[in-house]
Design a protein around this ligand. Structure first.
Ligand code: FES
Length: 114
């Protein structure tokens, strides 16, 4: 649920790591979800390609409640995700998710290691 008291341009994402721990990750509008997770020091996101949509080591699964707001993977992102044996209908590459204030409260789970 969106927190209407949140400062415009900022937000928080709830990120579940591979051990089931939930991290509250502050973000600034315009950054990618991958950058925000990485900057929060969560080690499960390797982001080996640095965010240029070519490694798939930033795979997350979007919470069902946020699927419509985030939208599906398309184009090259979708093609890359299809190479993963762990792809789901709610999979996204977090480097391709541009954060906006309307995604404040977003919940995602880091995908298992492929
Ligand atoms: S960081 Fe490489 S595809 Fe996202």
């Amino acid at each position: 649920m969106r927190d209407d008291t949140a400062e415009v341009g900022h937000g928080t994402a709830n990120v579940t790591d591979r051990e089931g721990n939930v991290h509250s990750v502050a973000f600034t509008e315009g950054h990618s979800l991958m950058e925000s997770i990485r900057d929060a020091g969560i080690p499960d996101i390797l982001a080996l390609c640095g965010g240029v949509n070519s490694c798939a080591t930033c795979h997350v699964i979007v919470d069902e409640d946020w699927q419509d707001a985030v939208g599906p993977a398309t184009g090259d992102e979708s093609d890359l995700l299809e190479t993963s044996s762990l792809v789901t209908p709610r999979s996204r590459l977090s480097c391709q998710v541009a954060l906006t204030a309307r995604l404040d409260g977003l919940s995602v789970t880091i995908a298992p290691e492929d």
